[in-house]
Design a protein around this ligand. Structure first.
Ligand code: GYE
Length: 346
């Protein structure tokens, strides 16, 4: 009886050992398989945040391009508007051994070290939307995005054409600038364009204050500016979300938003043209003009990766074409550097 029990226990242990071993081998194989089924290309995407409608549309565009059906495994990280989070995300991508790193950087400076780490790991980096300011441009393969200064120059040309048409003297154009996130390419370009235009045309640029590309800050900053200055007649918002906040502040201060600046209106102009409410405002004339900023970069970044995959060297800087929107019929187009840009109905 005792002997039988002992034999049974030994048999049982062996059986457990065999099945145990078998199942662990199976798990490993399965993990390996699920990491790269069908030879997917792994892309680590460090998005800077979710501060605006532009940003959310951009994230969706990236997510719908980098799908398994298109041959990709996407690892997405939201940096919550903090560069430190983006640097951590890139270091994690390096540890994970991704095939490509796509970076939408919150600001231009401070990327040298982490991009050198990516280069040491031989992982190509593609920039999307804003740029990085690094001494060695070979730290990234290429970039795709907008010409932000051109967007600003087109807007300034529109303001100039409109005020001239209405007979408003340059010194009677009292502008405030609600800037984007300081140090970001979009802010730098759009701010520079307005500052140059103000100097060249003799406009009164009253203040430049950052509203961080958000609606909340747009409202806060604008209500502060209305208390500081009683003669503001043009509000240059560096994105639509700021404009929506600014309009709320202007209206709750009992002022009227519109194009009739000779009769007391405060004119709001902005950038993006993505958010539905802002396009609606543009139709109604609450936003007088919007310089389009195109967020649909997913297919463009996908094409850049595919060209790198096939051993090609894509263009280093890839710009997208953009329009102006306005319901003011009097200005059908503006010209910047000899190029004419149509102003379209929103
Ligand atoms: O205009 C703004 C967003 O960098 C182009 O960032 C982008 C800007 C865009 O938050 O809405």
């Amino acid at each position: 009886m005792k002997k039988i029990t002992k034999t049974a226990i030994v048999l049982l242990l062996n059986l457990l050992l065999i099945t145990g071993c078998g199942s662990s081998t199976f798990t490993e194989e399965k993990t390996e398989e699920s990491e790269s089924p069908k030879n997917l290309i792994t892309v680590g995407f460090s998005q800077l945040g979710a501060e605006s409608d532009w940003r959310n549309t951009n994230t969706l565009s990236m997510q719908s391009s980098f799908t398994e059906e298109n041959g990709f495994n996407l690892i997405y990280k939201n940096g919550q508007q903090k560069q430190a989070n983006q640097i951590t995300a890139i270091r994690t991508f390096i540890q994970q051994g991704v095939d490509y790193i796509v970076l939408a950087p919150v600001m231009e400076s401070g990327w040298d070290t982490v991009l050198e780490e990516a280069r040491d790991a031989e992982i190509p980096v593609i920039l999307v939307d804003r740029r990085v300011d690094v001494a060695d441009k070979s730290l990234y393969s290429c970039w795709v995005g907008s010409d932000f200064e051109l967007e600003g120059r087109k807007m300034a040309a529109w303001i100039k054409a409109y005020t001239e048409k209405k007979g408003v003297a340059p010194e009677d154009v009292h502008v405030v600038n609600l800037q984007g996130t300081l140090g970001s390419t979009a802010q730098i370009g759009r701010t520079r364009a307005l500052a140059n235009a103000a100097r060249e045309n003799g406009w009164d640029l009253l203040a430049e204050v950052s509203a961080d590309f958000t609606e909340t800050k747009g409202r806060e900053v604008m209500s502060g500016l209305l208390k500081r200055f009683d003669n503001i007649n043009v509000v240059y918002c560096e994105n639509d979300n700021e404009a929506i906040g600014a309009i709320e502040a202007i209206e709750s201060a009992g002022r009227h938003v519109g194009t009739n600046i000779s009769y007391g209106d405060i004119m709001v102009v902005s950038f993006d043209g993505v958010n539905e409410e802002s396009m609606e405002f543009c139709k109604e004339g609450k936003i007088s003009c919007i310089a389009e900023c195109n967020p649909h970069h997913g297919p463009r970044v996908q094409a850049l990766i595919e060209s790198l995959e096939s051993g090609e060297t894509p263009e280093k800087f890839n710009y997208v074409d953009e329009k102006l929107f306005s319901s003011v019929k009097a200005i059908p187009s503006v010209t910047v550097d000899g190029v004419e840009y149509d102003v379209e109905e929103p």
